[in-house]
Ligand binder design. Structure first.
Ligand SMILES: C[S@@+](CC[C@H](N)C(=O)[O-])C[C@H]1O[C@@H](n2cnc3c(N)ncnc32)[C@H](O)[C@@H]1O
Length: 414
């Protein structure tokens, strides 16, 4: 399959479809490339965001990751320089309009392919976003190596690739739709796909997959991207870890962490025992096999040489806990002491026990207090309850759960 067909597809159907006027109403946030995640999984929660930051958004598309990153960095007062690269002019026009709508000044737009980066000479980057792109390349491993070579030694990368099991049924549908008219014009292929979707038997693998919705939510572009793509492939966790390794990088996280933990799905110690004996990424691969519903994999990765120093350490008492999505007081209000927290993802519902101290700890998180200062505050409020040992155990349990849920991160005082 030629690169031209991938480019033509994204010229005709920029994906995901976005209306720049919506920027006035909402900021689309997600992973990878949320600033709190970047800080935690690449810069050990120690980055001073007042210092210059160079980022590349490779295959930036219609701009979701770009807009979020540029806005987060502007909000943090960071002197940022962000480079956007994509091979679709139509996608770039939408991304550019979204950045303009927000009045953001930090972005430079480039037209081209990841494979062109060596001759574009854009320099080295502290961070590279590559979300939903590598799986469309003729040679994803070569593409990731090109990106890795453009990282500064202290930098890191945020990736998203498709997951195999959550996309169950997609590739048989793509094959079938190629049989139904591979060389038809795109509009006719979309009509054929719609007709086919209406008539699929209930036994069809795609019809039986409840976690896919792009063909229902994202119009013709969604149907094209999912079922008529010129070139895409999906990865298992083990394949993604191998891909990252061949680029000289080491993974620091899979997002959301709880979804990559077998204990989120199984309680039987006889089953968990052998899985817990595996290394972290093998455990994640096992979780994927158990869950069966992961349709994407989001990973952070850094050059191998500094893999052990890249992730924030909850044992560092000077670190400042930060919450994504809402403030600690609100989250604490919704928690009964020691109650369970329900989390839903792609048809799976998990209920996690919270520790009794989670509420007061979350309520004390204000983006400024360090872990040590939170302990001091709680001990002043109720010295009998908050002994150093009690705080240490309760903070560890709260951090473990809320970090696994992708809500709690560590940073430096900014
Ligand atoms: C599914 S979209 C994802 C866009 C964006 N990263 C996001 O997450 O919303 C894939 C994008 O990758 C771009 N793309 C595909 N192959 C590329 C390549 N070799 N180099 C640069 N961009 C590429 C496409 O033009 C398209 O805009």
């Amino acid at each position: 399959m030629s690169d031209d067909r991938v480019r033509e597809q994204y010229e005709a159907y920029p994906y995901p479809p976005r209306d720049p006027r919506e920027e006035a109403k909402r900021l689309i946030e997600g992973s990878p490339s949320h600033r709190l995640e970047i800080d935690h999984y690449i810069f050990a929660g120690r980055r001073d965001w007042q210092t210059p930051f160079r980022a590349l958004v490779a295959g930036g598309g219609t701009g979701d990751g770009l807009v979020m990153l540029a806005q987060h960095l502007a909000d943090a007062g960071c002197p940022a320089e962000i480079h956007y690269l994509d091979l679709s002019h139509a996608s770039r026009a939408i991304a550019e309009a979204r950045i303009r709508e927000r009045g953001l000044q930090s972005v430079t737009f480039h037209h081209g392919a990841i494979e062109d980066l060596p001759r574009l000479e854009l320099g080295r980057f502290d961070y590279i976003d590559c979300c939903g792109v590598l799986h469309h390349l003729a040679d994803p491993a070569a593409g990731l190596r090109i990106l890795a070579e453009r990282l500064s030694p202290q930098g890191g990368i945020g990736l998203m690739v498709y997951g195999e099991f959550g996309r169950s049924g997609v590739y048989p549908m793509q094959e079938l739709l190629r049989m139904l008219g591979e060389n038809d014009p795109a509009e006719r292929r979309i009509e054929t796909a719609k007709r086919l979707l209406r008539q699929l038997p209930a036994t069809n693998l795609f019809a039986r997959n409840p976690v896919l919705g792009d063909h229902l939510r994202a119009g013709d572009a969604g149907i094209h991207d999912l079922l008529l793509h010129a070139r895409d492939r999906a990865y298992r966790v083990s394949e993604l870890i191998a891909l990252i390794d061949t680029a000289g990088l080491a993974p620091t996280a899979l997002i959301e962490p709880w979804r990559y933990d077998p204990a989120s799905y199984l309680a039987d110690p006889k089953l968990l025992g052998p899985l817990n004996a595996l290394d972290r990424w093998q455990r994640a691969a096992a979780a994927e096999l158990i869950a069966g519903n992961l349709k994407t994999h989001i990973a952070y990765a850094v050059p191998k040489a500094r893999a052990s120093q890249a992730v924030a350490d909850p044992g560092d008492r000077s670190a400042v806990p930060r919450l994504k999505d809402g403030n600690g007081i609100e989250i604490a209000r919704g928690l009964r002491p020691g109650g369970r927290l329900t989390v839903k993802a792609d048809g799976f519902e998990a209920r996690f026990p919270t520790s009794p101290g989670a509420g007061p700890i979350l309520a004390a998180i204000d983006e400024r207090r360090s872990i040590a200062e939170i302990e001091q505050l709680l001990a002043e409020q109720d010295p009998k309850r908050w002994s150093p040992a009690y705080f240490a155990a309760e903070f560890a349990a709260t951090y473990r759960l809320f970090n696994a849920l992708n809500r709690l991160f560590l940073g430096a005082r900014g």
